[in-house]
Write a protein that binds this ligand. Sequence first.
Ligand code: SUG
Length: 413
Amino acid sequence: MLVEINFDGLIGPSHNYAGLSLGNLASAKNAGGVSSPRAAALQGLEKMRANIQLGLTQGLFLPHDRPNLRWLASLGTELETATPQLRANALSASATWAANAATVAPAPDTRDGRCHMTVANLMTMPHRSHEWPGTLKQLKLAFAHPSFALHAPVPPPFGDEGAANHMRLCTDHGAAGVEVFVYGVTGGPFPARQHPEASQAVARLNQVRQALFVAQSEAAIAAGAFHNDVVAVANEHVLFCHEQAFAEKDQFYAALKTALPQVEIIEVPASRISLADAIQSYLFNAQLVTLPEGGMALILPTEAQENERVWTWLTEMVAGNGAIRRLIPVDVRQSMANGGGPACLRLRVVCDPAHVDPRFLLNEAKIDVISRHVARNWPAELTPDALDNPNLWADIAQARAVLLTDLHLDDLI
Ligand code: SUG
């Protein structure tokens, strides 16, 4: 039986605000601020718990090995002597944003009937460019069953940012779908992180039968939509997006309607919610999920509820009795301050849960165990200066290693 599983990245003990992501407005705004890795991870875990309580299947990815000494060594340096910039890159907890881990093509969409995953190279941002070996290692464990096919990243210079620029539309998770690959060409002052050549390569590697390739609008990237999932989200037959998300939206909508006549496009007009409000509130960086009792819910950041224009539009939409029936705000403020909303924190995989290594699946009891560990061992506060402290390097590596042992995942140490 195929179900959608959301695999959330547990926020790592080095979660900090070093301001490393050009084009990500929250990252720039909060640069230099004091983070709380402990609160961040606990917020993420409570989101996972809330999703389990909704009746959804929940998975987990573990924090990567940080500081990444191997990466520094490959650059001919080490922690003690690295420049502060390289050190911050080596310490980033950015692998937590699992929507950027890989692009997933579920079995019903692929030519060989396997569920394919291509790991993202994340090459545009230095702090994210060294995530992929850790991601691949983890995916190889979690998805070792022969019903999965894993692919190493597309090689540089073609930037690939994973599922954050990919949407799947279908009548039902278990039915064949059309996969939409969204890429950027120019972003005004900001980099376009998803290159069209990479999107096409991923579609080929993943053996996707029905693919559409769509450009992001320059205006969206320039306004801070460094990934498409900041301005659009899809689930089953519903596409929920901002009017200015795509470069040639009429052509895209027409192609989508041809590929999937049942598609329902819920477009938010710029006259009601500007791109600036969309990016500040992250209403599109929501998890759009199908509830077990039927109907869909949007799991949104509390920032969306606090923006009056956004919340008014959303409550009107829900009152209209369309496909989206419920709005569920969640507090992921620590991650939001780095530009990571509820949707960034998870990778969706449609598969048979029996084929997934159970160490990567969650229930509430396991969340309790992990939360206790985080409360004891994750730093309560981190300033960017603290990243220079050798005691911190040892503490965060130890905190992660102990958790992995507790979860019988020593293979990842
Ligand atoms: O890649 N932030 C991440 C946020 C990723 C959000 N993911 C999705 N939209 N799916 C990024 O920009 C900030 C790190 C810092 O500033 O230290 C950061 O990497």
